[in-house]
Structure formats: structure tokens, C-alpha cells
Design a protein around this ligand. Structure first.
Ligand code: ZN
Length: 174
């Protein structure tokens, strides 16, 4: 496994639409291993492959906190079905938008169809933080960042700040 560099906004690569994975083979497994290690090292709860510069439809998530037992989840070619009409609001952050946080509304539950680490087809009924995190990561696969949901003014302020430099924070980042 290897820790990769996480791309940060503004960066054109983050705006690419990621491609379907044809088959979950050794290369894809290695990407997932690297993504997980990179995410843990950055204290994030979710990461999409494009965040380390790989335009493939792969996501890893682990919501375990601090000393809790690790619980990695791998999603290849995820597709969201049956979004709930009700919205849930979470304060989101993103490893590609360092130290910036904002409240975002998203469907509170959703069903995700995907291939797991071994290439097996699975369905997950997600709710709470998992549902929000999956939708945040799915957006990355379309080249969308959570700041795109904010007002133009707020978004441009954030990008300006990011272009200048950064500071540290320990809130949750997806
Ligand atoms: Zn993110």
C-alpha cells in the first residue's frame, strides 16, 4: 500500500467525470488499498479515486472513529437508486477542499448498487452519515464538489482562500 497525494481545489482533474471500471482486478484492488491508506492518513471518512488523480468510479468509506475497529467499505461503479424525498442536513468537509465546511442538504436515505472489493454485486440501504457520505463521494465521480451547492459568493471566497494557503482543523472530512 502507498499513501498518495490528495488533489485539492482548484484543480481541473477534480472536475473530470470518472469512467466505469470494466473488471475488479489486481490493479483496482491496489488502487482501493492505496485509497484507504491515503484516507486514513488524512483522517477522512470517504475518498473517491479521482481525489488521488485516478478517473475511475471507485469510492472507499470508513466511518469508524478514533479507536473504534476499522470498517472499510469499497464501492466500485456505484449507482444510487431510490433516493428518499426527505432531506438531511450535515456539515460537510472534503479532503480536496481543506479546512472548509458548510451545511449541505441531501436525500436522507438511498440505495446503492455497486461491486465490492472482490467484484461481487451488492446493494446497500444507506441512511444517516453513510447516505450523506456516499452521495458526497458519488458527486466526486461526476466532477462535483460540495462547494458547488453553495452560493456563488461563498464558493468564490472559499476557492480564493484555498489558492492562498491552508490551516489545520479536526472536523470530519469526506
Ligand atoms: Zn470530498
Amino acid at each position: 500500500m502507498a499513501i498518495k497525494t490528495i488533489l485539492t481545489e482548484p484543480n481541473k482533474i477534480l472536475r473530470q467525470v470518472s469512467k466505469q471500471v470494466e473488471k475488479v482486478g489486481e490493479e483496482e484492488k491496489k488502487i482501493m488499498d492505496d485509497m484507504l491508506e491515503t484516507m486514513y492518513q488524512a483522517n477522512g471518512i470517504g475518498l473517491a479515486a479521482i481525489q488521488i488523480g485516478i478517473p475511475k468510479r471507485i469510492i472507499v468509506i470508513d466511518l469508524a472513529k478514533g479507536e473504534e475497529k476499522k470498517n472499510p467499505m469499497y464501492f466500485v461503479n456505484p449507482v444510487i437508486k431510490n433516493k428518499n424525498q426527505n432531506l438531511a442536513t450535515y456539515e460537510e468537509g472534503c479532503l480536496s477542499v481543506p479546512d472548509q465546511f458548510a451545511e449541505v442538504d441531501r436525500p436522507s436515505t438511498c440505495e446503492v448498487e455497486y461491486l465490492d472489493y472482490h467484484g461481487e454485486k451488492k446493494i446497500l440501504k444507506a441512511e444517516g452519515l453513510v447516505a450523506t457520505c456516499i452521495q458526497h463521494e458519488m458527486d466526486h465521480l461526476q466532477g462535483i464538489l460540495f462547494i458547488d451547492y453553495l452560493s456563488k459568493l461563498k464558493k468564490s471566497m472559499i476557492i480564493k482562500k484555498l489558492s492562498k494557503g491552508k490551516n489545520k482543523s479536526d472536523r470530519i472530512t469526506f
